[in-house]
Write a protein that binds this ligand. Structure first.
Ligand code: TXA
Ligand code: MG
Length: 342
């Protein structure tokens, strides 16, 4: 099957995408977080195709994407009053909620579980596609399982070429890491996957919220199936360095000497850009005070490292606070827990 990429501003984008969805074919859709691999969320056939195209483990459930809050009601058993009010504030946006599922959700979406994950993305074109499809769109990140999530249409093409008929190109995703997943079936509500919204952000409308134990502590078993897999792993060896920025810089300088001549990529903030010449490749994470920028760059950089056949990635980490928790969660998974604190 030939994969077509069509720009979000072209005339028949919505029609073409809707045609795919109604025929139970897959279409990659842009969102503010990462690109999704979308299919009819009420069709077993379409959802099975999603698992196949990604080579996704069969026990990792999908997120259903909706275009308006009212569409939530037929997908879940009940929406608690607190959640209803909170969603008016956080949706559309990078937040996925977990509630008890209704009877119309296919088993393939939930992997047989009795809860379902739902999110309303911000990107207008994608919400138009969902609205016109008249079904929720099931969409995991549009990468092959285990690879960094795609934040551009080209990233999606790399992984999904010849496997799906259509990619809607909506430009680079501005958040760059996946949505925060919040389990609303327990009290206090539990963050199963950290993302753009931190605990503090969510507590404004959800009241007391906690992180699943596995997020801040190693060795705990995560409550969300997706969190237990080694994720986002680049091909090369990767280490994440965390600590006082001047000590970290000294460490980089030592490494430059030690690994001279090897295909090493240094991934750090712009203020270390004078070290670029000492490494095979240098990738800037932008300004160190701008974690939003860092989040939006990480996955793209990891993919570039693969394209450049980098064998050793040295990446600067950040303090685990607010958005830094989501960023470090992705970096820790990428490097398989290989974090050095200096
Ligand atoms: O930002 C995002 O959320 C992106 C865009 C495309 O919307 N999607 C995304 O989907 O990241 P995916 O499939 O890569 O991650 C979904 C996460 C997984 O960790 C999965 O285990 C969890 O949500 N999840 C889905 N349904 C669940 C459920 N019923 N209970 C607990 N965790 C669930
Ligand atoms: Mg994913």
């Amino acid at each position: 099957m030939k994969t077509k990429i069509i720009n979000e501003n072209e005339k028949n984008v919505v029609e073409e995408a809707v045609k795919c969805i109604t025929q139970n074919e897959l279409v990659a859709i842009p969102t503010e977080t990462v690109y999704g691999l979308g299919g009819n969320g009420l069709s077993d056939e379409a959802c099975k195709k999603i698992f196949e195209a990604k080579n996704r483990p069969s026990d990792n459930p999908l997120i259903l994407h909706i275009s308006e809050i009212y569409e939530l009601y037929r997908l879940v058993e009940e929406v608690p009053e607190k959640v209803r009010k909170a969603l008016e504030y956080y949706w559309p946006g990078p937040l996925t909620i977990i509630l008890k599922k209704s009877d119309i959700i296919p088993k393939t979406v939930t992997c047989g579980g009795d809860t379902v994950a739902i999110r309303m993305p911000k990107k207008e074109i994608t919400r138009n596609i969902i609205r016109e499809s008249k079904v929720p769109i099931a969409a995991p990140s549009a990468n092959l399982s285990g690879r960094p999530s795609p934040t551009t249409a080209i990233d999606v093409y790399e992984d999904m070429k010849d496997k799906i008929p259509l990619i809607v190109d909506g430009g680079a995703c501005n958040v760059g890491i996946e949505s925060t997943v919040l389990d609303c079936t327990c009290e206090p509500n539990l963050i199963l996957r950290p993302g753009f919204y931190s605990k503090e952000d969510l507590e404004i409308y959800f009241g007391s919220v906690e992180y699943d134990k596995s997020i801040l502590k190693e060795g705990e078993i995560p409550k969300s199936p997706g969190q237990k897999y080694k994720h986002y792993a680049p091909k090369g060896f990767m280490e994440v360095i965390l600590g006082n920025r001047y000590k970290v810089r000294d460490f980089f300088t030592e490494k430059a000497v030690e690994l001279k001549g090897e295909k090493v990529a240094l991934v750090t903030f712009e203020d270390n850009s004078d070290l670029a010449d000492s490494f095979y490749k240098f990738y800037s994470l932008g300004n160190r005070d701008n974690l939003l920028q860092m989040a939006s760059l990480i996955f793209r950089i990891l993919r570039q490292c693969d394209d450049e056949n980098i064998t050793h990635i040295i990446c600067e980490g950040v303090e685990e606070k607010n958005l830094g928790i989501g960023i470090m969660n992705r970096l820790k998974k990428s490097c398989g827990g290989n974090v050095k604190i200096i």
